[in-house]
Design a protein around this ligand. Structure first.
Ligand SMILES: [Mn+2]
Length: 287
C-alpha cells in the first residue's frame, strides 16, 4: 500500500513542497483541472503535471478524476464520441505510467454537502450534510444555494439537465455504466491502467436523481459488469460510511481479497441521523 495525498494543482492552498513533508507520503493524487469535461487529455499536460510533482521528489500515483461527460451517464447518442475521447485519455495516462484512475458515475452532482464550514468543538470546521436541508433547497434559479456547486449551473442549464434525468432511472443508469465500462475497461487493461469507481456521495438518491453505487451489493454489481482486474473500486470510507447499513470492515475484506480495491479514501464521518452526517477526525478528541 502506498500513502498518497490530494493536490488540486497550482491553485491549491497546500503546495507540493508541504505535502512532501508529510511522513510516508510520496504519491500525489491529482488531475488536469483546465481540460473541459469530455475532451481528451493532452499528452503534454499530463507530462507537465508529472514533471511538477517529480520536481518535489514524488510521483503522480492516482488521477482523480477524469470526469465522465453527462451525455455518457444519460446514455445520449453523443456518448460514443465522448467515450472515444475518454479512452484516448486513459491510453495516454497509461503511456505516462500512471497506474490508477478514479472516476464516478453520479448524475449531475458528485459529492454533495449542505454546509462547508460547520464548526466543531475543537475550533475546526468541517463539511456537513443534512438531507432535509438539501431537499428544501430552491434550485429553480440554478445551483446558487448548493454549497460547493454555487456557480456550476445556471437556471436554464440545470432545468434542462433535471428534465433529461427524469427519463433515466436507476436501472437505466446501470445500463449506461455497463455500456461505458464495456468500452473503457479493455482500453485501460491494455494501457496498464486500473479504473477505480468512487461510490456515490452521499450513498442514496438526492434531488430526485438516481444514485446506484451505494453498498456492498452494488459494488459487487459494478465488478460483475466487466469481471476484469482493471475494473475496480475507490473504497471511500467516508461515502460508504455515511450509510449505517454498510459494514465497512467486511466490505474491505471481501473486495480486498478479490484485489479490486485500487484506491482508498480514508475519511471519517459521524452520522447524526439516518441521512445526516458530518466529517470528523479519525481519532475522536474530547474537549
Ligand atoms: Mn471519497
Amino acid at each position: 500500500m502506498q500513502m498518497t495525498f490530494r493536490w488540486y494543482g497550482s491553485h491549491d492552498a497546500v503546495p507540493l513542497q508541504y505535502i512532501r513533508q508529510i511522513p510516508g507520503v510520496r504519491g500525489i493524487v491529482s488531475a488536469l483541472y483546465d481540460v473541459p469535461v469530455g475532451a481528451a487529455w493532452p499528452v503534454a499536460s499530463i507530462a507537465g503535471l508529472q514533471d511538477r510533482i517529480a520536481d518535489q521528489a514524488m510521483t503522480l500515483a492516482v488521477i482523480e478524476s477524469i470526469p465522465v461527460h453527462e451525455d455518457i451517464k444519460l446514455g445520449r447518442p453523443s456518448r460514443d464520441a465522448f467515450i472515444d475521447a475518454y479512452c484516448t485519455s486513459i491510453a495516454r495516462v497509461g503511456t505516462a505510467d500512471v497506474p490508477v484512475v478514479s472516476y464516478n458515475f453520479m448524475p449531475i452532482f458528485d459529492w454533495t454537502r449542505t454546509a462547508l464550514a460547520m464548526p466543531l468543538l475543537d475550533g475546526s470546521t468541517t463539511l456537513a450534510y443534512e438531507h432535509a436541508a438539501l431537499e428544501r433547497m430552491d434550485l429553480s434559479r440554478g445551483t446558487g444555494e448548493l454549497p460547493g456547486w454555487s456557480t456550476a449551473y445556471d437556471a436554464d442549464a440545470l432545468r434542462a439537465l433535471l428534465t433529461a434525468w427524469r427519463a433515466v432511472d436507476g436501472e437505466q443508469l446501470w445500463e449506461n455504466l455497463a455500456y461505458f465500462l464495456e468500452r473503457v475497461i479493455p482500453v485501460a487493461e491494455s494501457a496498464g491502467v486500473r479504473m477505480a469507481i468512487h461510490p456515490d456521495d452521499p450513498p442514496w438518491p438526492i434531488l430526485g436523481l438516481p444514485r446506484v453505487v451505494v453498498d456492498a451489493s452494488s459494488l459487487r454489481r459494478v465488478l460483475s459488469l466487466i469481471d476484469r482486474p482493471a475494473n475496480g473500486l475507490t473504497f471511500c470510507t467516508g461515502s460508504l460510511g455515511a450509510s449505517a447499513g454498510n459494514d465497512l470492515p467486511s466490505m474491505v475484506r471481501e473486495f480486498g481479497a478479490r484485489s479490486r480495491i485500487h484506491f482508498m479514501h480514508c475519511r471519517n464521518v459521524q452520522r447524526t441521523a439516518s441521512r445526516d452526517f458530518h466529517e470528523v477526525a479519525h481519532f475522536k478528541c474530547v474537549w
